[in-house]
Design a protein. Structure first.
Length: 480
């Protein structure tokens, strides 16, 4: 990973220069910051009262491990930290990831999304306008979001001393002293209710919601992250406060930092963030995903359109599964490689049955789904689905083939550096390592592992995981 950072420094610098030049005029233009002044800003929190610098050893984190350019340790408060120095730019990216996604909603679907939608609205003595002004005044970006597995808060700031200090002070207050005011709750509730109404007009979203509900019936993944009309109306202030207090804790989070700090500075920032949160406890492990149904399932949802949205799915793979990369390569050939994939060739190029068709694995904490997705005209939906199934069956029967394997490996390996071509790209990948507890060298060895896979390993992994006779199919729209 360190090599990718060095090789791609110039394009990152150009992109960042453009980004900061587009912020709030000259007052937030990226300054030239010396290493000494940047150190002074972050280390201010660790200076003794008399101004003397403490010994360096006392500031370095205990239990530090460094592998593949990632420096990893756990703070005294129990927060796991992953830091990648990238000093090409005077910029710091921070991401705090909690095991607090929709899978933790319990009996109130939409709870995680509503709670995260309120983060940054009120905290400490500040209201939403004051918080926004503090971030915007120093050119910092803040966001909060949630997914099925995780809740995420992110900060991007320049490392100029005064600006970084303001950004960090605001960030730790927002995460550690969040307030859920009734007026704001009602506003976000209404926004989510409008979102539900919009979802009813989106056939693709309807298909995906029905697919997860069927494939993960009785499992937390089956709960709709956007909530239901009943659950959104039922969520109270106490529900939101309870979710926040239970899951936004050090032992249930990982902190990822990428940017222009050294280790001592990063340790100071990590301790400051950890001190804003209670220690708490890690969330319980999710139950295993349900097995695929014994026989194929078909769910048809009426929708007033000539276009039909089709999802065919099967329980797939967890993020830490040993077959993750063989399955990734197999799917690249089947339907993940764009115009070079089998599904695109068979369904679109040869027969003209659909404009868009693809397949994907969605790895999560437990088995996320394998999906084949297509849009087509209602009149040819049956033929298109038959071709999709036949293509899948032939791929399982015949395997990937040596020539197609080599092409898929080359494409995946060749595209990997672009995914790491920015601080945000590095942040995304290190966040996966931290949240899913992957080896620190997971992405350092990624291309070597992909390149070393054999035809038998790739073909066998896919054939053992995906059974065409046990697919769940969701069809939304058209009349057939």
């Amino acid at each position: 990973m360190r090599n990718w950072i060095a090789i791609l420094a110039l394009p990152v610098a150009i992109i960042a220069g453009i980004y900061f030049s587009q912020q709030r005029g000259a007052e937030v233009a990226a300054p030239v910051v010396s290493e000494e002044s940047a150190q002074a800003a972050v280390l201010a929190e660790t200076q003794p009262a008399d101004g003397a610098s403490p010994a360096l050893e006392s500031q370095l984190p205990e239990g530090l491990v460094e592998v593949a350019g990632i420096q990893h340790w756990t703070t005294e408060q129990g927060l796991k930290v992953y830091f990648v120095p990238a000093d090409t730019l005077p910029m710091l990216d921070v991401r705090l990831v909690f095991n607090a996604g929709a899978a933790r909603d319990g009996e109130l679907p939409g709870l995680a999304r509503m709670m995260h939608g309120l983060i940054g609205d009120a905290a400490g003595v500040w209201d939403a306008d004051a918080i926004a002004e503090r971030f915007e005044g120093v050119g910092a970006n803040f966001s909060a979001d949630s997914h099925r597995d995780m809740g995420v808060v992110s900060l991007r700031s320049l490392t100029e001393p005064d600006w970084l200090e303001t950004a960090l002070e605001t960030f730790v207050t927002v995460i550690g002293e969040a307030r859920f005011e009734e007026r704001s709750i009602e506003r976000v509730r209404r926004q989510m209710q409008i979102g539900l109404q919009s979802l009813e007009q989106n056939p693709g979203a309807l298909a995906r919601r029905a697919l997860f509900a069927s494939l993960y019936e009785g499992h937390p993944y089956g709960s709709p992250p956007e909530g239901t009309a009943e659950s959104l109306q039922a969520i109270t202030h106490d529900d939101l406060q309870g979710f926040y207090q239970q899951y936004w804790v050090n032992h249930n989070a990982v902190l990822i930092m990428v940017g222009g700090l050294d280790l001592t500075q990063a340790a100071a920032v990590a301790n400051r963030i950890a001190s804003a949160l209670p220690e708490g406890e890690a969330a319980a492990a999710l139950p295993p995903a349900p097995a695929a149904p014994e026989t194929a399932q078909v769910i048809e949802i009426p929708f007033p359109s000539e276009q039909v949205h089709i999802y065919m799915a099967h329980p797939g793979v967890s993020r830490d599964d040993s077959d993750m990369l063989p399955l990734w390569v197999a799917n690249h050939r089947l339907g993940g490689g764009g115009f070079t994939s089998l599904l695109m060739d068979e369904v679109r190029s040869q027969r003209g049955l659909a404009y868009s068709v693809h397949s994907q694995f969605s790895p999560m904490a437990v088995q996320g789904p394998f999906m084949m997705v297509m849009q087509t005209e209602s009149s040819q939906a049956d033929e298109a689905m038959a071709v999709m199934r036949q293509t899948l069956e032939a791929f399982i029967d015949n395997g990937i083939g040596q020539e197609a394997l080599a092409a898929s490996q080359q494409n995946i390996i060749g595209g990997f550096p672009l995914r790491m071509a920015s601080n945000s790209g590095i942040l995304d990948h290190v966040a996966l390592i931290g949240f899913y507890d992957l080896p620190l060298d997971y992405f350092e060895t990624y291309t070597d592992v992909v390149g070393a896979l054999t035809e038998e390993e790739v073909s066998t992994a896919f054939a053992q995981r995906i059974n065409p006779q046990r697919l769940t199919t969701v069809i939304v729209g058209g009349s057939r």
